[in-house]
Structures are given as C-alpha cells and as structure tokens.
Design a protein around this ligand. Structure first.
Ligand SMILES: [Zn+2]
Length: 235
C-alpha cells in the first residue's frame, strides 16, 4: 500500500502541475486577445477619423464651388452694370453684387474653418498611424515572447501527459477510479492530500488519533473524515 500511495501522490502532483500549466496557457490566449484588441481600437479610431476627413474635404469642395458660382455671378453683374440705363437699375445691381460679395466672405470664413479642421484631423490620423506602428512593433515582440513561453509550457504539458500515462499504469485500477471520483467531487482539485501532525492539509481539520495512527501502518487507503480526500502521511 505504501508504494501505491506514493504513486497516487505522484499522480496528484502531475495533475496539479498540469492544471497549473493549462490555466497559464488559458491566460496566454486572453493576453494575446487583449493585445490584439488594443490594436483594433487604434485601427477603428483611424478609420473613423478618415471618414471625418472625407466629410470635411467634401464640405470644403462644396463651399469652393459655391464661391466660384458667386464669383461668376458677380462677374456677369459687373458686365451688366455697364449697360444699365436707369439709376434705380444701377443701384439694385450694385446691391446684388454687394450681397453676393458678403455671402462669399461668409463662405470664405467657413472654408478657412474647414481647412483648420482638416489640418487637425490629418494631425490626429498621422499621430494614430504612428501610434499604430509603434504599438504593433511592441505587440509583435510581446506576442513572440508570450508564444515562446507558451511553446515551452505546451512541451511540458506533453511530458506531463506521458508521465501521467506511465504513473497511471502503476496504480491499481480500483484505486485509480477512486482517485478520479474524489478529484471530480473536488471540481478537478486535490484528491490526495498530506497529513502533518494529525492535521489534514486538504481541509485543515484534525484527524481522530486512531485514524492518524493507522496512517503509519499503511495497511489500507485512508480518507479524511471531513473532506473525504485520500490522505497520506507527510514524512
Ligand atoms: Zn480533510
């Protein structure tokens, strides 16, 4: 029985280590996803700013064509001025020209405002693109090191799997089943726990003295009366 318990303890160690590495590997995919999502965020900002920029450029072109139209209108009016006969006509044409001029001056203000916003937006896009480049370089190297670590862990996992197969082969099949059932009852956690100074290290409860004494004899498999785990003497 002492040998069997030793093997069970070894199995428990292998399973604990396997669970630890699996949770590390699980974190790895989360880490990689987080890195990617930061990059995607920058990408989305660039895309949205680019569409803002396109809108602004379109707005500018519209103002520009309005201004051109007004200039052409005034040119015609100026020509007409030469051929008007009455003072009234002359005055009204002058007023028309002035109106169009003041309209155009408003349009020019808006064009300047629009150009300022185009400059600002282009600045933001350039900065974000630069940020993207720097960040993607950093992410690339971070990813490489994370993936390198993960590769080592995966290799370890394979080795642990092999060891587990070997160790499982050394355990009595009934004991192995029991181990699996207790592990299941503990949500994949510890099924085999050490006892030191009569205290179960699975639940920290004191064992009855008789049970504690029996542990020294290795006659049969013992279980903690409190947490039902397989217990062994920590020597
Ligand atoms: Zn216990």
């Amino acid at each position: 029985m002492k040998e069997q318990i030793k093997v069970l303890v070894k199995l428990q160690h292998l399973d604990t280590e396997t669970a630890r590495i699996k949770s590390t590997l699980n974190d790895v995919s989360k880490k990689l996803e987080n890195l990617d999502s930061s990059l995607i965020e920058i990408e989305q900002t660039i895309t949205s700013q680019e569409s803002v920029l396109n809108e602004l450029k379109k707005e500018y072109r519209d103002y520009e064509s309005d201004a051109k139209m007004n200039l052409a209108k005034n040119k015609k009016s100026q020509e007409k001025l030469r051929s008007v006969k009455t003072n009234k006509e002359y005055q009204s044409l002058l007023k028309e020209i002035e109106d169009v001029k003041s309209k155009n001056s408003l349009i020019e203000d808006k064009m300047i405002e629009c150009l300022d916003r185009i400059d600002e937006t282009e600045d933001i896009i350039a900065k974000k693109k630069n940020e993207y480049l720097q960040f993607s370089d950093r992410i690339k190297s971070e990813k490489q090191s994370i993936e390198h670590e993960a590769g080592i862990d995966k290799k370890k996992l394979d080795e642990l799997d092999m060891d587990r197969k070997n160790v499982s082969g050394l355990i009595d099949s009934q004991l192995f089943k029991k181990y699996l059932v207790i592990k299941e009852q503990n949500q994949g956690g510890l099924a085999v726990v050490p006892v030191k100074d009569a205290v179960c290290h699975g639940c920290n409860v004191n064992l009855p003295p008789q049970l504690y004494n029996e542990l020294f004899r290795y006659k049969s498999l013992k279980f903690c009366p409190n947490c039902q785990r397989i217990i062994y003497l920590k020597e």
